[in-house]
Structures are given as C-alpha cells and as structure tokens.
Design a binder for this molecule. Structure first.
Ligand code: HEC
Length: 227
C-alpha cells in the first residue's frame, strides 16, 4: 500500500486523539494530568511514526530500489516524460532500448566503479559550492539532478563542440566550460581530465534516472535560455 503524507498525518492525529481519550477518561480537561497524558501519547505515537517512516525512506533511497536505479541504468536510454496522474515529469528508463555510454556496455561492477569515481570527482572539485545535486548545495548555478536530460546538450552543445553524441559534448563542456559558455554566469575550468569528466557524465546519467517526485520543478523551462 502506498500512503501519502496526508494519510499518515491524519492517522497519527486520530490515533493520538483516540488513545488519549481512552487514557484520560473521566478526567477534567483542567486537570494537569489530562495534558500530561496527552503529551505522552502524542510523543510516543509521533516517535513510532517517524521511526517507521525513516526505515521506509532508507529502503526507498537505497541503490537498486524502485526510485533509485541500479548502476547499469547507464546502459539504457532515459527520457523525461510528463505523468498526468501525478502532475509532474518522471524519468523513464527504456529497458528495451540500449543507449550505451561512450559506446561501452558496463557490467554492474564496472558501472558502480565509474559512478563512485564520478561522485569522488564531484566531491573533490566541490561542485556543490555552485550547483545543487538532489537539491543540496548552492544556488549560483543550475541544479544538476537532471542535467543529463537537459535538451541543451543536443540542441546547443553537440553542434558547438562538433560532437556525435551527447556524452561526448558533455565531456567537452566539463573539460572546457569557459570555452562553451551558454549563460551570463560562467563555469570556471576546474581542470578535469577526460577520465574524470567521463565518470561525472556517467554519474549524472545515473542520477537523472532517480525518481525525485518531479524535482526540480519546471526543469528545462528556463526563462533565461530559449532554444
Ligand atoms: C564556480 C561555480 C561553479 C563550480 C564550482 C562548478 N560549476 Fe558547473 N556551472 C556553473 C555555471 C555558472 C554554469 C552555467 C554555465 C553555462 O551555461 O555557460 C554551470 C553549468 C554546468 C553544467 C551544465 C548544466 C546544464 O544542464 O546546463 C554541468 C553539467 C556542470 N556545470 C557540472 C559541474 C560539475 C560536475 C562541477 C564540479 C566538477 C561543476 N559544475 C562545478 C558554475 C560552477
């Protein structure tokens, strides 16, 4: 069963009211014991709910879950499609359509190694000092959660860098962001090697496939950049 935040909040409040009413039966509401008991019931119930929700979240945010795909997702085509029932865009993983990254099919182990390297490169250069990843970081530059799905790579960067593939264009941009600026704010050259840039691209492709409940909102509808 899938519960929303509203169901859980209502259930917690109803349970608190019900158990509190039973435990304080016969007591006047001006009696301090009445409020003490309600405070205990409320705290215990909220604690139990938060405990359950924490473990539920851990399960959902684990790599290989329904929301966070396994590393081999980098071997497949990923698109971003509007889901009318949810009212937001969702990444769609085309399991029947391979889209190899740098022309190579990665095994689970190889893909994981590449993603870990990509993550370490991102940490070593402190990309989050300017960017956000999954909403964490600074607001100087665009959020990178769905950067792989940005139409800019095909529409602007592939012709600009004379690349045959999206990943090649991304690598060229990451190695020379100062040369291929598309915005009023510039990204400095952070001295990424080709291998480092490739690992970052793999990491961003994997990250774009995470179901983030439509975050970031209005992705790809920038008012500053029109294609
Ligand atoms: C000093 C701030 C700064 C740092 C640090 C920085 N960036 Fe950027 N980045 C920017 C700015 C500004 C842009 C927009 C540049 C443009 O469009 O010309 C950008 C654009 C990008 C884009 C294109 C996003 C899109 O969808 O258009 C990617 C991908 C990217 N950066 C990745 C990285 C990675 C990976 C790192 C760390 C290795 C990093 N950036 C570090 C400022 C920064």
């Amino acid at each position: 069963m899938d519960f929303g935040w509203l169901d859980i909040t209502v259930a917690a409040l109803v349970l608190t009211a019900l158990i509190g009413a039973i435990w304080t039966r016969g007591r006047n509401w001006l009696d301090p014991e009445f409020w003490k008991r309600y405070a205990i019931v409320g705290s215990v119930i909220m604690f139990v709910f938060l405990w359950i929700l924490t473990f539920d979240t851990l399960k959902k945010t684990h790599i290989g879950s329904d929301r966070v795909p396994s590393p081999t997702v980098i071997n497949y085509k990923i698109t971003y499609e509007f889901d009318p029932s949810k009212g937001y865009y969702m990444p769609k993983i085309h399991k029947d359509q391979k889209e190899l990254l740098f022309g190579k099919e990665y095994s689970e182990e190889e893909a994981m190694k590449l993603l870990v390297k990509g993550k370490l490169v991102i940490q070593s250069r402190a990309c989050m000092n300017c960017h956000t990843l999954l909403g964490n970081g600074a607001y100087y530059a665009p959020d990178l959660t769905k950067a792989w799905l940005d139409p800019k790579w095909e529409k602007v960067m592939m012709p600009a860098t004379q690349s045959k593939t999206k990943e090649e264009a991304m690598v060229k941009f990451l190695m020379h962001p100062d040369k291929y600026a598309t915005w009023t704010r510039r990204m400095p050259n952070l001295g990424l090697s080709e291998d480092e840039a490739k690992a970052v691209v793999a990491y961003l492709k994997w990250m774009s496939a995470i179901n983030t409940n439509g975050f970031p909102d209005h992705f790809g509808e920038s008012k500053l950049v029109k294609f």
